[in-house]
Design a protein around this ligand. Structure first.
Ligand SMILES: *Cc1c(COP(=O)(O)O)cnc(C)c1O
Length: 402
C-alpha cells in the first residue's frame, strides 16, 4: 500500500467534478528526502534535477534536504531561482543558447556543466563582457561504461552515440584549453557524467567508481587534481513494485568506500525521479466500465494527456481503488466482470491507457482510482492541450505549519 493516509482522506473527500487531480504529500516528500540525505556520506552533495518535477511547492519542500538544484534550461533556471532563491544551482543541458548563457551568467550559477568545446568559448565570450569573477565549470563526459554494468537499464545515455556531453578525447582537449587563456575566466572543478537511468544501487556505485577513476586518470595526465565529480542521477524507480525503493543505504556505503580511496574529493549526485516520484498521485473517478470482446475497460476522467508516464515508458501505472458506496442512479452500475481491468482515459486514441488488464477485486463506475508514482515526469511531460479537456486540480498537502 503506497497511498498515504493524508492523500487517501483528501481524495475521498473531493467532489467528482474536482477530479482528476494531482495530489502531493509534501510531508512524505520531506521525510523521504531527509532519509536519502541521511544515507549519504557527508562528502556527497545532493542536488535535485528540477526537470523531474519543478512545482514550486515540491522544490521548496526539498530545500531542507538538498544542497542545490540541477537546471537544464533558461526557463528552469529563472523558475528555480524564484522558487528557492538562496539555493545553489548547477546549469546543464545539451543546447544552451547564447541568451541562456548570458542569463545564467547574470543570475550566477554555482556550477556550469559544459557540454562541448564551443560552449566553453561561448561562455568565455559572455564572461569577457562582464566584470564577473571566474565561474566554476564541470566537463560533462559521455564515458563508455563496461557492458554488464548497464545491462538492465531502460534509458542508457552513456558510452554510445548521443547528443549529450563530450567524448573522452574532447574532454582532454577542453582541459588543455582551460589551461590556456580560457582558464582566466573558467575554473575547472571536475567531471560530470549522467550515463543512465534506472540503475539499482550496486550498478550506480559501479558507475560512480568508473567515472571517478576515469576523472582521476584524466587529471593525472594533465598534472592536475580535480576536487569534484558529479555522477548524475538515474537512481531506479520500480513502477512494477510501488513499495520498492532504491537502496540508498547500500549506495551510501558504496560511495563511502569510494571516497576513502579519494581523499579530498567531493562527490555530487543529481537524482530527479527517485526523489519525487513517490510523493505525487493522480486521482480520478471511473466514468464507465465496458465489456469489449471479453475484456473489461474502465474509462476514467482525464487521461494520459495529464499523466503521460505509462504511455512514454510503456508500463502499467500502479493504482489503488477507493470504492465509493453511493450509486444514486436508477440503472444498474457498470462494473468489472472478469477480475481484471484495463484503465483508459477520455482521449480518442488507443494509446490512452494507464494500465492494461490489471487484477482488481472490484471496480465500478463512480469508484475512485488513484495512480501512484506520479510525482516525477508526470504532469510536466504530458501533452495537456490534446482534446481540450479541463486541467486537473493541484493539491499540495502538508500538516506542518509553514
Ligand atoms: C534527467 C537528468 C537527471 C535526473 O535523472 P533521473 O533519472 O530523474 O534521476 C540528472 N542529471 C541530468 C544531466 C539529467 O539530464
Amino acid at each position: 500500500m503506497t497511498l498515504t493516509p493524508l492523500v487517501r482522506d483528501h481524495v475521498a473527500a473531493l467532489a467528482p467534478d474536482a477530479l482528476p487531480a494531482y495530489v502531493y504529500d509534501l510531508d512524505a516528500l520531506r521525510r523521504h528526502a531527509a532519509a536519502v540525505r541521511a544515507a549519504l556520506p557527508a562528502r556527497v552533495e545532493l542536488y535535485y534535477a528540477a526537470k523531474a518535477n519543478p512545482e514550486p511547492a515540491v522544490l521548496a519542500a526539498l530545500r531542507g534536504s538538498v544542497d542545490g538544484y540541477e537546471v537544464s534550461s533558461g526557463g528552469e533556471l529563472a523558475h528555480v531561482r524564484r522558487a528557492v532563491p538562496d539555493a545553489p544551482l548547477a546549469f546543464g543541458g545539451p543546447g544552451k543558447t547564447p541568451a541562456e548563457i548570458a542569463e545564467a551568467v547574470a543570475l550566477g550559477v554555482h556550477r556550469w556543466h559544459v557540454e562541448g568545446v564551443q560552449e566553453l568559448h561561448r561562455l568565455a565570450e559572455v564572461l569577457a563582457t562582464t566584470p564577473q569573477a571566474p565561474v566554476d565549470v564541470m566537463l560533462r563526459v559521455n564515458l563508455p561504461v563496461a557492458s554488464g554494468q548497464l545491462d538492465s537499464v531502460a534509458l542508457a545515455m552513456g558510452g554510445r552515440p548521443t547528443p549529450f556531453g563530450m567524448d573522452p578525447d574532447t574532454a582532454g582537449e577542453c582541459v588543455g584549453l582551460l589551461a590556456g587563456p580560457l582558464g582566466r575566466r573558467l575554473r575547472l572543478r571536475g567531471i560530470h557524467a549522467h550515463l543512465a537511468s534506472g540503475l539499482d544501487a550496486d550498478a550506480q556505485v559501479a558507475v560512480a567508481e568508473r567515472i571517478t577513476d576515469w576523472s582521476a586518470e584524466l587529471a593525472d595526465r594533465h598534472a592536475l587534481t580535480f576536487d569534484e565529480v558529479n555522477i548524475g542521477g538515474g537512481m531506479a524507480v520500480d513502477y512494477a513494485d510501488p513499495a520498492a525503493r532504491f537502496d540508498w543505504t547500500a549506495f551510501g556505503t558504496g560511495l563511502e568506500k569510494l571516497l576513502d580511496r579519494h581523499p579530498g574529493l567531493t562527490l555530487r549526485i543529481e537524482p530527479g525521479r527517485a526523489l519525487t516520484a513517490y510523493c505525487g498521485w493522480y486521482a480520478t473517478e471511473v466514468l464507465d466500465v465496458k465489456q469489449s470482446h471479453g475484456e473489461d475497460f474502465a474509462v476514467v476522467r482525464g487521461g494520459t494527456h495529464h499523466l503521460r508516464t505509462p504511455a512514454t515508458r510503456g508500463h502499467d501505472q500502479p493504482f489503488t481503488v477507493l470504492p465509493v458506496a453511493e450509486w444514486p442512479h436508477p440503472w444498474s452500475r457498470p462494473a468489472v466482470t472478469t477480475g481484471r481491468a484495463t484503465v483508459a482515459g477520455q482521449l480518442c486514441t488507443p494509446k490512452d491507457v494507464f494500465a492494461h488488464r490489471q487484477p482488481v477485486e472490484a471496480l465500478r463506475a463512480a469508484d475512485r482510482v488513484v495512480f501512484a508514482l506520479a510525482g516525477a515526469y508526470a504532469w510536466n511531460i504530458s501533452h495537456h492541450e490534446f482534446l481540450m479537456h479541463p486541467r486537473p486540480g493541484f493539491h499540495f498537502l502538508t500538516t506542518e505549519t509553514p
